[in-house]
Design a protein around this ligand. Structure first.
Ligand code: NAP
Length: 297
């Protein structure tokens, strides 16, 4: 299939590479062009602008946030202007429910197809084609995309015919992960201050009652205080909690824990930690508990 791929950051790199390796003709575009170099070596073609990546049957976007997706989609030479009628925009970025609704309407008006396919899994999972794809869109739009989702992920879940529902599911999941990071950070600080080894504590939890990937991954990062390089940056985590709160306000569902997390992320970002992995929320707890960052306990 002829595929465009826009957004070659931590996630997009691996996703685009797997599409190339599966034998698709992939044209990539990234705002900072040097990120396309490795993919060109693999066999992709580099486009010099957004429109150049919109000449095929499908164009994926894997961009940072709403602002980036808006710029790339609605710009003068953006996706809506460039994509052929009948071709599909697959939005995999974690974006707001409201923007996903706008994208669906704009593509429908232009005679184009649109699907939301946000993903669960960090950059390592993207590189290993182990993502979980949360897909939503009309059946005839999703059906030809299924083989592409199989290339980038280990499993696809179709949640609705309404694309924005996939974005809501994704945001709710990231809200849950942020809650886990905060609570594991608090529990680790509690026992560490009493002299318990951080790693041993996490090993106990994650080999017994909490033997789930999210506890294992983030428990390990928190125990080791391994916040750089960021697999998922705190500023993006803050964005997702904000978008979950916006969706919750729209649906009139109070999320008091998300409100607390928003302030925790704001504290981290205001202290200069926006570039750190979002597991660095636990560094705030350590600091508040008077635990030194080189404290090996
Ligand atoms: P990232 O490494 O920060 O990459 C962001 C990408 O967006 C880069 O290609 C960047 O281009 C581009 N971009 C940002 N602002 C732009 C703008 N105004 N115009 C054009 N391009 C712009 O982020 P990531 O970790 O790959 O995440 C991408 C998306 O996936 C986000 O929505 C994130 O929430 C979601 N996600 C991330 C993870 C994870 O663990 N990392 C997991 C699941 C979902 P430049 O290279 O030019 O800056």
């Amino acid at each position: 299939m002829d595929i465009g791929f826009i957004g070659l950051g931590n996630m997009g790199q691996g996703m685009a590479a797997n599409l190339v390796k599966a034998g698709h003709r992939v044209t990539v575009y990234n705002r900072s062009p040097e990120k396309a170099e490795g993919l060109v070596e693999l066999g992709a073609t580099a486009a010099s602008n957004v429109a150049g990546a919109c000449t095929g049957d499908v164009v994926f976007t894997m961009l940072a946030d709403d602002q980036a997706v808006e710029a790339v989609t609605f710009g003068e030479h953006g996706i809506v202007a460039a994509l052929a009628p009948g071709a599909t925009h697959v939005s995999s970025s974690t974006i707001s429910v409201a923007l996903s609704e706008r994208l669906a309407a704009a593509h429908a008006e232009a005679g184009q197809r649109y699907a939301a396919a946000p993903v669960f899994g960090r950059p390592e999972a993207a590189a290993a084609a182990k993502l979980f794809v949360i897909a939503a869109g009309e059946a005839q739009v999703l059906q030809p995309l299924a083989p592409l989702f199989d290339v980038i992920g280990q499993r696809t879940f179709v949640v609705s015919e309404q694309p924005h529902t996939a974005n809501l599911v994704k945001l709710s999941g990231n809200f849950l992960i942020a809650s886990v990071i905060e609570s594991v950070g608090e529990a680790v600080a509690l026992v560490a201050k009493a002299g318990v080894d951080r790693q041993q504590y996490v090993d106990i939890l994650t080999s017994t009652l909490f033997a789930a990937p999210v506890y294992q991954t983030y428990g390990g990062l928190i125990a080791r205080r391994e916040f750089e390089p960021a697999g998922f940056a705190a500023r993006l985590g803050m964005k997702d909690v904000r978008l979950a709160l916006a969706a919750a306000e729209q649906l009139e569902v109070p999320l008091p824990v998300a409100s607390l997390l928003r302030d925790r992320f704001l504290t981290l970002v205001a202290a200069g930690g926006g570039h750190l992995d979002w597991s660095a929320l636990s560094a705030l707890t350590d600091r508040d508990a008077g635990l030194a960052s080189d404290d090996s306990a």
